[in-house]
Ligand binder design. Sequence first.
Ligand code: TEU
Ligand code: CA
Length: 553
Amino acid sequence: MNKKWWKEAVVYQVYPRSFKDSNGDGIGDLRGVIEKIDHLDRLGVDAVWLNPVYQSPNDDNGYDISDYRAIMDDFGTMDDLEELMELLHERDIKLIMDLVLNHSSDEHQWFKESRKSKDNPYRDYYIWKDGKNGGPPNNWKSFFGGSTWKYDEQTEQYYLHLFSPKQPDLNWENQKVREEIYDMINWWLKKGVDGFRLDVINLISKDQSFPDGSDDLAGHEYFANGPRVHEFVQEMAENTYNNYDAMTVGETPFVDKDEALKFVKEERQEFSMVIPFNHLEFDRKEGWNKITDWDLTELKTLMSEWQYLLQKNNGWTSLYFCNHDQPRIVSRYGDDGQYRKESAKMLGTMLHTLRGTPFIYQGEEIGMTNISFDSLSDFDDIETRGYIKDLQEKGEMSEEEILEIANYRTRDNARTPMHWDNSKYAGFSDAEPWLKMNSNYREVNVQKDLKSADSVFEYYQKMITLRKKYPVFAYGKYDILLENDQQIYAYQRHGEENNLLILLNFSRDEAHFDLSAELEIEEAELILNNYQKEAEFELKGNLRAYEARVYLY
Ligand code: TEU
Ligand code: CA
C-alpha cells in the first residue's frame, strides 16, 4: 500500500456562498472564508475543497463558468483567493479547487463565438446538431428537467446541455478544446493549488452517433462513462496534475463499482479517488419524486462491496454523506429530533472509520439539519425548480405533495447559511442572507458547540485527532461483521500495529450484539463513544440508540 498525503487527510468542503459573508451583502465570500480559517484549524482538517468561485453568471451557483481564470464578483478577487491559499498553507491546510470541465457557461467567450456561425473557429468547441422531425436531435433528458437540447435561431441548430441551457457541453472530441483545458489546469497548478475535484467528469465522452436513450435511463447510457472517457482522463492527467503531488477527486454519477475502479486503480493514474453515489441514491431508485424504502443491510452491502473491491485492487475512495447537492444526512439516515447529536456523531464515526478519505461538508461538524420551506417559491436550487415545474405540468400531485418531496430532496437543504452563533442571521451575515436560514440556528451553532463538552464539534475534533494518531484508520484492511443484522453496522479494520472494532447502531432502539463466537479479543480500549456514560469493552451486549463505539486493540 503506497502512502500518500491525501490518503491520510480529512477534507472539509466549503460552499463559499453560504459559509461567511464579510461585507454585508448577504452572500458568503472569500474574505469570509479567510475570517474563519481558525475554525478549520481548530477542527483539525488537512484540506479544503472550495466549490467553484470562478466568474459566472450564476445560473447553477457557479457551476456555469464564464471565465476559468477569474473570480466571481460576489466572492471577491484573485488577490483574495491567493491570500486564502497562503493562509491555509501557513497552517498546513491544502487547497482543492473545483473544476467544471464538462460544460461552460453560455456566456463564456468560447460559446459566444461558437453560436455566431457554423464556420466560426469556435463552432466545434461545443456540440451542435440539426433537429430531427421538427424536434431535438434525440430524446436525452436534462438533469434539471426537459430536453438536453436547445434550439438556437441564429444558426438553426441545437446545442447539447446535459444540465441547464446556460451550461452548454464542451466538445471533448475536439483536441483544441482539450488543450485549452489542460493549459488552464496547469495555470492553476502553477499558482500553487494542491488538487482538484472534477465535476461530472465521467460525462465528457458522448457516443458520437447520439442515439435515442431508453425511457428510464434518459440517455445516460450514451453520455455517462462514454467510449473515450478513460482515454481523455489519462491524457488530461498526464499533461497536467500527474506532474504534481496533487489530489484529484472525480465526481462520477452513474458509475457501477467496476467502472469506478478503472478511475481509481492506482496503476492507471487517472484520479486519486472518485465520489461514489450508490450509498446516497437508494432512496431514489424510483425517481426524484418518489421515496423508495431502504434498509441498513442494503447500505452495508453497498459499502462492503466497494471497500473489498478497492482494497483488493489497490484503489482508493472518498467517504462522504453530505455535500452541496445532498440533503443533510442526520435528517436522512439519522434522527434530527431527539437523537440529533447522537446520530450525527454515529454517522460521522462511520465516515472516519472506513477505508478512504473522509469529506466533511460545512455544518456537518455541528450536526446541521434539513430545512423546511413553507412555499414552493422559497426554493432557489435550479434542480428543484426544474422538478417542481415538471411535476406541476404533469398535474398528478397536489401542491402540498410537491412541497413535501421538494423539502425532502432539495439541494437547498445543504445550502442554507452556516450557523456560527445565535445572533440574527446566525453570525453568517449582517444582512438578510441570499437563501433563507434554517430556523433552528439558536439550537444548532458553532458557538454553542464550542461551549459544551459533549458537542458534535468536539466529537469530530476527537475523531480527526485519532485518525492522525493511528494509521490503521486510513490504511487498515476492512472486514465486515454481523452482515445480516438489521440495526447494527459492525466491522473491523486490521492494521500493521493496531486493529479497530467498530459498532454502529443505526436505529433508535436498543440493539443487541453478540460477537463472542466470532472474535477472540482479550482486551481492547474504547477510544471513541458518543455517549457520556461510556461503555466497557464487551463482545456481547447492547448498543443504545444510535450508539457508536470504536475499540482499539
Ligand atoms: O453535480 C452532478 C450531479 O450528478 C447532480 O446533478 C446530482 O446528481 C444531483 O444534484 C443530486 O440531486 C454536479 C455539481 O455537484 C452540481 O452542483 C452541479 O449542479 C452539476 O454538477 C452541474 O455542474
Ligand atoms: Ca459578501
